[in-house]
Structure formats: C-alpha cells, structure tokens
Design a binder for this molecule. Structure first.
Ligand SMILES: *[C@@H]1O[C@H](CO)[C@@H](O)[C@H](O)[C@H]1NC(C)=O
Ligand SMILES: *[C@@H]1O[C@H](CO)[C@@H](O)[C@H](O)[C@H]1NC(C)=O
Length: 214
C-alpha cells in the first residue's frame, strides 16, 4: 500500500515537473519593438558608429508571457538559417550603435527569439519580424496624424490616439531620460502568438510620461 502511494506521489511529482518545464517555455503574445535611432544614440557609453537614421528600426520581437518577456531559452543562433533574409534585415533591423548587424540578430535571437522556437524556427522568426515591419510603418502612421519628428514636445496621449486610429490597436510607448527630459525611444505594437494578428498592448509600468520630445 505504502509503496503504491509513494509510486503515485512520484509520478505526480514527475508530471508536475514535466508540465512546469514545458510551461516555462511558452509565451502568449509578442512585443514588436521599434526604436527611434536618434534617441537610442543619445548618451550611449560608446557613441553610435555613424549618425543615426531618422526612421524607425526594429529593436526586437519579444515573446511575452503575461507582462513579462520570456528570455534566454536557448543560445543556438545559426546565421545560415537567415542568409536569404540578410539583405532585408540589414535595412529594417540594423545595429545602429555598433554597425554589427549580425551580432545584434544573434543577441536578439538568443535572448528573445529562441523562446518562441516551439512555433517559429529562426527563418520564420526573422521573416515574421520583416512582415510586421511592412505592416507597421510608424513614421507614415504618425505623419497621417500630423505628428512629425521635429524634436518638440509631444503628448503621450495624442501619439497613442493617432497610432490607435491608424492600426486599430493600442501601442505602448517607451522613453529615455536624458538630463531632465524624456525622449521617445521605442514604440511597441503587440501581436498574438500567431505572429500575424495585432492586438492591444496592455498598459505597462515602463512607459513614457505624459509629455516627451520626439
Ligand atoms: C559581430 O558580432 C559577431 C557575433 O557576436 C562576432 O562574432 C563578430 O566578430 C562581430 N563582428 C565585428 C566586425 O565586430
Ligand atoms: C522553418 O519553418 C518553416 C515554416 O514552418 C518551414 O517551411 C521550414 O522548412 C523550417 N526550416 C527549418 C530549417 O526547419
């Protein structure tokens, strides 16, 4: 009898460990993060290798579980799997700080992308980010709403409204504090775990103050 109970308990324990192990790999949506290079390049420890382009570039595509990024699931970046995409990635996903684009992709895959590998192999992951970039033209959307990057004060609420109107889904904005002022650093759009369907981002504690410079 005691042996049976022990056996049962062991099985339950093993199943729990298996379940939790699998569970820790999963994610429920993506953050598609675009950065504004002129802000990225402000107050870098090392100056950017060239003047930053005044257009949005991909920072990353981050698998999220609830409010948190799932990170460092695997370190198996394999450049050969994205060789057919490199020309496009050089344009939409450059490393604006060092110019080492491949190094940036490797970092982003190892830290973030690999956590979606159960559904997105490396080729598909990077292709998905390119597809999102084609869908989310932020400069164009902001321009349609009368917002241009003139380095003047912008209202967080207005910018969010404009993006909501253009894309039909709520973004969230991230800022960087330089001296006493906040500058727009990143705009995040959220996608379902299918990598295709845009959804509302949940308000995040890491966000911009009511006013910032863009
Ligand atoms: C770019 O980054 C990769 C990966 O970290 C590294 O192997 C390579 O040496 C770097 N290239 C340059 C030119 O620094
Ligand atoms: C990656 O996934 C795509 C789509 O499912 C598939 O066509 C392709 O063969 C996969 N590539 C590798 C290297 O497994």
């Amino acid at each position: 009898m005691a042996t049976k109970v022990l056996l049962l308990a062991t099985i339950v324990l093993l199943l729990t460990i298996l379940f939790l192990g699998a569970e820790s790999q999963t994610f429920d949506h993506f953050f598609f993060v675009q950065q504004w290079p002129p802000t990225t390049c402000q107050q870098q420890q090392k100056p950017c290798f060239q003047p930053p382009p005044a257009t949005f570039k991909i920072h990353g595509l981050w698998p999220q579980k609830g409010p948190n990024s799932v990170v460092y699931c695997n370190k198996n970046f394999d450049r050969t799997q994205i060789s057919s995409l490199e020309n496009q990635l050089d344009v939409v996903w450059p490393d604006v700080v060092t110019g080492n684009n491949t190094g940036f992709w490797e970092h982003e895959w190892n830290k973030h992308g690999s956590c979606s590998e159960s559904q997105f192999n490396q080729t598909l992951y990077f292709q998905t980010a390119i597809n999102m970039m084609n869908k989310v033209n932020l400069l164009k959307a902001l321009g349609k709403g009368g917002i241009t990057s003139d380095e003047r004060t912008k209202s967080s609420q207005t910018m969010q409204k404009v993006l909501l109107a253009q894309f039909g889904n709520q973004p969230f904005l991230r800022c960087k504090k330089v001296g006493q002022q906040f500058w727009l650093l990143e705009i995040v759009m959220c996608f379902k775990d299918d990598g295709v369907t845009m959804i509302n981002c949940q308000p995040s504690k890491v966000s911009c103050p009511p006013n910032f410079i863009f």
